[in-house]
Write a protein that binds this ligand. Structure first.
Ligand SMILES: Cc1cc2nc3c(=O)[nH]c(=O)nc-3n(C[C@H](O)[C@H](O)[C@H](O)COP(=O)(O)OP(=O)(O)OC[C@H]3O[C@@H](n4cnc5c(N)ncnc54)[C@H](O)[C@@H]3O)c2cc1C
Length: 455
């Protein structure tokens, strides 16, 4: 009789996982490979990838992970830009892409969504009822509600309408002990604590979000400024005078040139562009608000083009949406920074970042949700010719510019792995200690997305 092979821990876990999840546990190298990445970083191969289909399965998985002391890394679409969904050694990735139930309550103007529902789907399904879901990250066709909640994602509409967290009425999550919680935003606003916690405090299994009536009218303009300083000034002045555009987006001359090379739509090369959209039910008010932006921009030397109809407006917004692919033609790789600074500091911040790029000899293109002071300086590089180490050094210097100007490390992409070590510079030690205490209470074994957010 042969000696019976004692299964290693990994083998025992694998077999338990198979029993619980059948073919929805991925164990082969080829299947697990894609789950090493988000849109910016890559980590080691996970021990396994599990695709739960219900809250009960998530609970069972947490209990299994707890028993074996295995880290769990929640994941939506992996479109994150700070490494939040990137696994560490020996972790199990929990991919929520099969939890896609969506129920609309048009009368109550709410929707109940499982975490794998894509962001755009909510507005698409709400549209026939004259409703929409405002948070609109540019990645909304792929990004999921779970990932949006993990990062408290924003988008162009967030200046007027707010970010993901502003639309959460109820949140359902599984804690690090495998217990299920279904909470509204009352005493001890635990949902508020989970929003933006990047999967480090609980696994979100459902959310009830608020929907808004679709505005009846929209008006859009594009203003071309000879330089960025005047553009930033125009934004501050128009807002101070009472304009509340729904969208206020900015492209620096590098982005404008890149989009023009890509689309050939007649954009004014060498200029900084401001795209503004106002919306509402009263056409007169919508047009008045846009005129406020128009007059302020012209007063600061801009040439303004107003969209005459939806088709023209759509063409202008296409320019903004094409920034990412257009920049990809300048250099094959990029690091997408995400900082937010007080609006009044924008001219110095934009200029300071351009100067840093020049000093490092690297191309830095800047765009973003300028109404909120949220900038995305993108460092473009070719790893064959330019040192990746210097690129990251420059990314950190850019974050320091934001901190020096009273800004924050992340406007909407989160801390994840990318900015974790920077938390020491950005957050008081006492506050970090408070964060660690919260984490230790909710996740004493440190199983939920370990190594993220906290240095
Ligand atoms: C081209 C492009 C444009 C983008 N534009 C924007 C933009 O305009 N605004 C913006 O805010 N972001 C933007 N992003 C970043 C990214 O799309 C957002 O952060 C998005 O919210 C991530 O969603 P995801 O489903 O891909 O999440 P993932 O990247 O998979 O995960 C993000 C974080 O959430 C956690 N998480 C995922 N699911 C759960 C869950 N069920 N429970 C608990 N934690 C969970 C993960 O652990 C991770 O920490 C952009 C990205 C790209 C590539």
């Amino acid at each position: 009789m042969g000696v019976r092979k004692i299964p290693s821990l990994a083998e025992a876990v694998r077999s338990e996982l198979r029993t619980l999840f059948g073919p929805r546990v991925l164990l082969s190298r080829s299947e697990k490979g894609v789950y090493r990445y988000d849109a910016i970083l890559v980590g080691p191969e996970p021990l396994a990838v599990v695709l739960p289909e219900s809250r009960e399965e998530v609970q069972a998985l947490v209990r299994l992970a707890r028993k074996h002391g295995l880290p769990l890394v929640p994941r939506g679409a992996g479109s994150g830009l700070s490494g939040g969904a990137v696994p560490e050694e020996g972790a199990i990735v929990v991919a929520f892409t099969r939890m896609t139930r969506l129920e609309l309550d048009p009368k109550g103007r709410t929707a109940w969504a499982e975490p794998g529902v894509t962001t755009a789907r909510i507005s698409e399904e709400a549209r026939p009822y004259g409703l929409f879901y405002p948070p609109d990250p540019a990645s909304w066709r792929t990004s999921t509600l779970g990932g949006n909640l993990g990062e408290n994602a924003g988008g162009p509409l967030c200046f007027k309408y707010g970010v993901t967290g502003d639309y959460v009425l109820e949140l359902e999550f599984v804690d690090a002990f495998g217990e299920l919680h279904h909470l509204s935003r009352q005493a001890y606003d635990l949902p508020g604590l989970l929003i933006g916690s990047e999967g480090t405090l609980g696994l979100i299994t459902g959310v009830r979000v608020r929907l808004l009536p679709l505005p009846r009218h929209r008006a859009t303009l594009m203003a071309a400024f000879p330089e960025v300083g005047a553009l930033a000034q125009a934004v501050s002045r128009a807002i101070a005078q009472g304009a509340v555009p729904a969208r206020l987006e900015f492209l620096d001359p590098i982005c404008v040139n890149a989009v023009e090379d890509y689309l050939g739509m007649g954009l004014p090369r060498g200029h900084a562009l401001l795209l503004a959209e106002t919306d509402g039910d009263d056409l007169e008010v919508v047009q008045e608000e846009l005129s406020l932006v128009e007059e302020t921009a012209e007063g600061l030397g801009a040439k303004v083009q107003k969209a005459r109809d939806e088709k023209e407006a759509e063409a202008l917004w296409r320019a903004r949406r094409s920034v990412s692919p257009a920049l990809g033609r300048i250099r094959p790789k990029r690091v997408n920074e995400d900082i937010a600074v007080p609006r009044s500091h924008l001219p110095q911040v934009v200029q300071g970042i351009s100067a840093l790029g020049e000093a490092y000899g690297l191309v830095v293109a800047q765009f973003g949700h300028i109404g909120d002071g949220n900038l995305h300086p993108n460092i473009l590089f070719d790893p064959k010719r330019e040192s990746e180490e210097r690129v990251w050094e420059l990314a950190h210097e850019i974050a320091r510019v934001a901190l020096r100007h009273g800004g924050v490390l992340s406007g909407e992409h989160g801390i994840g792995l990318m900015k974790r070590e920077f938390m020491r510079e950005a957050v008081e030690e006492g506050t970090l200690e408070a964060f660690r205490t919260v984490k230790a209470v909710l996740d004493p074994q440190g199983l939920l997305n370990p190594g993220k957010v906290l240095p």
